[in-house]
Design a protein around this ligand. Structure first.
Ligand code: GCO
Ligand code: MN
Ligand code: MN
Length: 391
């Protein structure tokens, strides 16, 4: 057992990042006002450095007011760049707010009003300029307002066409300016809209191949967004990974069927968090581990630091547990027997006429197959005991 003070210290190679809007969240909700005072972006960067984070992410308007004049914008971005440099914090990802201003009440890229759609693309281009200036290489697009309360408002397939048009345009701008961004599309099923288009990571994985530059575009799955809908987050992440599309990840926690809780990573569904960390570490995911969460409304800024430290510490503890899991003899020997091909079953890796007639001629002894044990109860209990640190 590692000692509490030195173990699980975040280091730059862990690539732990937080959005300005996460540690800067002041606890306002639809029922109650702010509970924490406002900190400036530079103060938030200092807070992140203090807790040992590696990176900070931002929306355009977390930093630059929406109506800032070019000179003011330049001064703010320059100042922030210096604050990050001084604090030793990098900016791996930038994004754009297409949800806060009332002009986006009917959506941004999918809004019915062509003027809103054009403004949304212009605002995103300017947010890309800010991100590029700060050194970001990933650009997240989260369509929080791209949805409906009533499907009377537009045909959903029309919305998908508009979304494609906007993303294609932004990819061209990316090429034109030589920014080299990878776009990461973030799905969410609802909130703030009654229903948001592109409800899951899987929806986006289906959409991406229809774009003009599919290689430039991947996904940014978020734990809470899939768990809100009761889905298995790991499965969406694994599909994205397997397709080479896991460009970024938003880590937090959430109970199914509730409002968007944005809890500290691992605080609600520890076992799901374990399977996720186990997967990311096992496959060698090398992107940022971004905590898109915020402290309980009951906390002050000391509590915000507890929250941020807790996210990273839990990740690192689960990472260590995952290493133990992958080297545990009992667990690994069960896993080995599960996939062994002792009966010489024909391989499905390659189709040929000969292989197909071989397969068609095969006799399968279903009773014998059924007698093979699948000791998942024991496998899961071993996992639970490893997590509970029982010998
Ligand atoms: C949410 C989303 C956002 C996005 C962010 C980046 O539920 O509000 O997760 O936090 O991740 O806007 O685009
Ligand atoms: Mn979210
Ligand atoms: Mn998010």
């Amino acid at each position: 057992m590692k000692s509490k003070s030195t173990a699980y210290q975040p280091r730059p190679e862990h690539k732990f990042s937080f959005g300005l809007w996460t540690v800067g969240n002041r606890g306002r909700d639809p029922f109650g006002d702010f509970v924490r005072p406002q900190l400036s972006p530079a103060q938030l960067v200092d807070l992140l450095a203090e807790v040992g984070a590696w990176g900070v992410n931002l929306h355009d308007n977390d930093l630059v007011p929406i109506d800032a004049k070019p000179r003011e914008r330049d001064r703010i971005v320059k100042g922030f760049k210096k604050a990050c440099k001084d604090a030793g914090i990098v900016v791996p990802m930038a994004t754009v707010s297409l949800f806060f201003h009332p002009v986006f009440r009917d959506g941004a890229f999918t809004a019915n009003d062509p003027e809103v759609r054009a403004y949304a693309v212009q605002k995103t281009m300017r947010a890309m300029d800010i991100g590029a200036e700060l050194g970001a290489t990933i650009f997240v697009l989260w369509g929080g307002r791209e949805g409906v309360e009533t499907d009377a408002s537009r045909r959903p397939d029309e919305a998908f066409k508009r979304l494609r048009e906007a993303v294609n345009y932004l990819c061209e701008y990316n090429l034109d300016r030589g920014y080299g961004f990878k776009f990461a599309l973030e799905a969410k099923p609802n909130e703030p809209r009654g229903d948001i288009y592109m409800a899951t990571t899987g929806h986006y994985l289906g959409f991406i191949p229809t774009l003009d530059h599919p290689d430039m575009v991947g996904v940014n799955p978020e734990v809470a967004h899939e768990q809100m809908a009761g889905l298995n987050f790991l499965h969406g992440v694994a599909q994205a990974w397997e397709e080479g599309k896991l460009f970024h990840i938003d880590l937090n926690d959430q109970m199914p069927g509730r409002y968007d809780q944005d809890f500290r990573f691992g605080s609600a569904n520890l076992k799901s968090a374990f399977w996720l960390v186990n997967f990311l570490e096992n496959v060698g995911y090398a992107g940022p581990r971004h905590f898109d969460a915020h402290a309980y409304r009951t906390e002050d800024y000391e509590g915000v630091k507890d929250f941020a430290r807790g996210c990273m510490r839990t990740y690192l503890i689960l990472k260590e547990k995952a290493e133990q899991w992958r080297s545990d003899k009992d667990i690994q020997s069960i896993l080995k027997t599960l996939v062994a091909n002792k009966s010489g079953a024909p391989s499905l890796a390659e189709y040929s006429k000969k292989n197909a007639s071989g397969l068609l001629a095969c006799e399968f002894d279903k009773d014998k197959i059924l007698r093979k044990r699948l000791p998942y109860e024991r496998l899961d209990q071993l996992t639970v005991e490893l997590l509970l640190a029982v010998d």
